[in-house]
Design a protein around this ligand. Structure first.
Ligand code: NAD
Length: 261
């Protein structure tokens, strides 16, 4: 298997895209560290689900990634129990939809801390180990919103554009040490994050939820189809395979042609 003996840390992997990426790396034989915010008991259920299906060692941390100290705790756990992350997927993220004049300051702070700064902290703590081993793969789940904007998503678009800059910088710093850093830029993927956004966008735009799906969400994607979590996971695995060795600092668009317009 592609990743036997390697460890993948996937942040925000209790649902949606992150969970699919974690499953794809586990299916390639990697040890996987899961992370996310959970209700009591959900962590045991998730661990049992992964341990039943996959051969590698599976760990979990409920570190709240808006808190740099909690991130230090997570990275310490991965170093101690797994020998560090060979593959780091910075995926945890949230959204808030509102015109800028009403955008709650607390939501701005949350989204910048989680969607942008947490990737800085995990990366700064993981990259030395990768350089020492001479191999490491960092994948940032960015978004089409790392490349283009939409109204009412100021914090998300700012954070994702920031992730694009960080991806390119880290790619340059790791280039001669066997470390690669790339971003995946999906369009709309049907996950709990998008479900929540449909309601918020309907309110912000004064539209029905059906109109939001048809005229706002799928209107942006020329294929008129959602991206699937499995497609994003397949891209993540490809970026860590030998075929991806010279892909570095790239924004891998998976948006049915959205940003080509
Ligand atoms: P999701 O809501 O299904 O999953 C989000 C994950 O982040 C969950 O595991 C959750 O527990 C975790 N999380 C939330 N707050 C956290 C915190 N403070 N600390 C630690 N973990 C936390 O969302 P998703 O749609 O799978 O999104 C995953 C990533 O993909 C995000 O970065 C998002 O911006 C990006 N993305 C999503 C879409 C889409 O259409 N769904 C499109 C492009 C990019």
């Amino acid at each position: 298997m592609l990743h036997s003996g390697k460890t993948a840390l996937v942040t925000g992997s209790t649902s949606g895209i992150g969970k699919a990426i974690a499953e794809a790396f586990a299916a390639e034989g990697a040890n996987v560290v899961l992370n996310g915010l959970v209700k009591p008991g959900e962590d045991e259920a998730l661990l049992a689900e992964f341990r039943d299906k996959y051969e590698g060692k599976i760990g979990f941390s409920d570190a709240n990634l808006t808190d740099p100290e909690a991130i230090e705790g997570l990275m310490g756990y991965v170093a101690r129990d797994f020998g560090g992350a060979d593959i780091l997927v910075n995926n945890a993220g949230v959204q808030h939809v509102s015109p800028i004049e009403d955008f709650p300051v607390s939501k701005w702070d949350l989204i910048i801390a989680l969607n942008l700064s947490s990737a800085f902290h995990t990366t700064r703590m993981a990259i030395s180990g990768m350089k020492e081993k001479g191999w490491g793969r960092i994948i940032n789940t960015a978004s089409a919103h790392a490349l283009v904007a939409s109204p009412y998503k100021v914090a998300y678009v700012a954070a994702k554009h920031g992730i694009a800059g960080m991806t390119k910088t880290v790619a340059l710093e790791g280039a001669q040490h066997g470390v690669r850093c790339n971003a995946i830029c999906p369009g709309y993927v049907h996950t709990p994050l998008v479900d929540a956004q449909i309601g918020d966008t309907a309110k912000a735009r004064g539209m029905s939820e059906d109109e939001v799906v048809k005229d706002v969400i799928l209107a942006a994607q020329p294929t008129k189809e959602f991206v699937t979590v499995e497609q994003v996971a397949a891209m993540a695995v490809f970026l860590t395979s030998p075929g991806g060795d010279q892909i570095n600092g790239a924004m891998m668009q998976m948006d049915g042609g959205w940003v080509a317009q």
